[in-house]
Design a protein around this ligand. Structure first.
Ligand code: SAJ
Length: 428
């Protein structure tokens, strides 16, 4: 393919997408405001962790198909993949999207296509992007094509999902959508469904909101199960044998930059019509405090209110290096507020990301009274109790992700507790 693509935003979505196109013989120029990230990428180093990214990045650069800098260049297609976070008052912050769009306007030429990949509140293309693009003097939909093609990939499996997931493409007009579809067909094997930009925006936000509401439901069930001595993990497993039931998993909270954020876009749209969505957000946001309280109760029952807690997991979910909106931060904050001493450990998180952090499991566990598992990293699932039991002060473990081997830890003499389960509580 002769086309050249300029991708603005080289984060968790932009960089893998850039590398993916380049590995399919498309010339790509990547842009980011983060100079450190740019110089790392130039040296074929990663500033983010993703399976399969390193070798694909090396290949793209070695083949001369990927260049990066802090400024856009002329291209046939511009893809915008920048953050769309929420402000402290939970309203959408669309400044990155607006600025990224404005940054490509001076480079736009007749026939170009501009695609927004970032997840945004419905109407962002219309209300935020088009007013910038119109400044190019090109007629939108005729001389410059615009669309929204939300990414739908899950961190950790991005290269698989970029290829195999179906994609939704919403154009400002039909020709914009068709041109976008033709572009992604370079590597997408899933189906590409065409619609208008606002529908595509809503679809993406709905998907993540569905997950948030479903997780809130699971969290509510977990709390209820604890009242009646039922193991919620077992109950959910059984319920999910029903062909039309798919209950998600409870946990210490919902993190990441998507699921804990996107539902607010719908709440902002019309609060009085988004009651379940709003309530679910609050339920999930309440889980870190619930988890901390549960940890505290376990220790309090043993008279250990001045205890040390070894937190296992700072990442927002298993096997990723991403701490954005991680519930662990909030859980630790709550534990400290309850007067507990916390040392945290996460093999996926680089040094100095959290004041309580150590790079050594041994140091976290040393003299600890409770192991609190907040993230289902493979390293934790495979952990042998003997690696920590001798250095701990008292052998308690609280598993909030149902990822630890209860039998093995119990056999090693640990009192094993789980979120959503008071059925199997240790005998007093
Ligand atoms: N979580 C639970 N219970 C569950 C599932 C997840 O507590 O049953 C928690 C996780 O531990 C984590 C958070 O929710 O803290 C979010 O994790 P996730 O794996 O559900 O989602 P993300 O944020 O990594 O990726 C989501 C995906 N969306 C959907 O699955 C609908 C992904 O496809 C999107 O591309 C991504 O958001 C995004 O960028 O929007």
């Amino acid at each position: 393919m002769e086309k050249k693509i300029c991708i603005v935003g080289l984060g968790y979505i932009g960089l893998p997408t850039a590398v993916m196109f380049a590995n399919h013989n498309v010339r790509v120029h990547g842009v980011d405001v983060n100079e450190k990230a740019i110089s790392m990428i130039q040296q074929k180093q990663l500033h983010i962790e993703e399976n399969g990214l390193q070798e694909r990045l090396e290949n793209a650069i070695d083949q001369g198909l990927l260049t990066v800098s802090t400024e856009p260049v002329e291209a046939d297609v511009f893809i915008i993949a920048v953050p769309s976070p929420i402000n402290p008052d939970k309203t959408a912050n669309l400044e990155y999207v607006r600025k990224a769009t404005a940054s490509v306007v001076p480079y736009l030429q007749e026939g170009n296509l501009v695609i927004l990949e970032s997840t945004v509140p419905p109407k962002t293309v219309e209300d935020v992007m088009l007013p910038e693009i119109v400044k190019s003097g090109l007629i939108i939909g005729e001389q410059v094509y615009v669309s929204h093609s939300p990414e739908r990939v899950i961190p950790g499996r991005i290269f698989e999902e970029l290829v195999n997931n179906d994609r939704i493409v919403g154009g400002v007009n039909e020709i914009s959508a068709i041109k976008t579809k033709e572009l992604y067909e370079v590597f997408v094997k899933g189906e590409i469904h065409l619609t208008d930009a606002t529908t595509a925006e809503l679809v993406k936000v709905m998907e993540n909101t569905y997950r948030d509401v479903n997780i809130a439901f699971a969290n509510e069930l977990a709390k209820l199960a604890e009242k009646i001595d039922v193991n919620i993990w077992e109950a959910i497993k059984f319920a999910n044998f029903h062909p039309r039931v798919n209950i998600h998993s409870p946990g210490p909270g919902v993190g990441g930059h998507c699921i804990a954020v996107d539902p607010w876009f719908l709440v902002e749209l019309s609060p009085e019509h988004a009651e379940i969505i709003h309530k679910s957000r609050m339920t999930n946001d309440g889980m870190p405090a619930y988890t901390a309280k549960k940890a505290w109760s376990i220790l309090e029952a043993k008279g250990q209110t001045n205890a040390k807690v070894a937190v296992l997991g700072l990442a927002f979910k298993g096997n990723v290096d991403d701490m954005r909106e991680s519930p662990s931060t909030e859980v630790i904050h709550e534990l400290e507020a309850l007067g507990l001493h916390v040392v945290s450990y996460d093999p996926h998180i680089k040094e100095n990301q959290h004041p309580t952090q150590t790079q050594y499991l041994h140091e976290a566990a040393s003299e600890a009274d409770l192991l609190l598992v907040l993230t289902d990293h493979n390293e934790f699932k495979e952990m042998n109790p003997t690696s920590v039991m001798d250095v701990m002060h008292t052998k308690h473990i609280l598993d909030t992700k149902n990822c630890m081997n209860r039998e093995e830890w119990s056999k090693a003499g640990f009192a094993f507790y789980a979120l959503g389960d008071s059925k199997n509580k240790p005998m007093e």
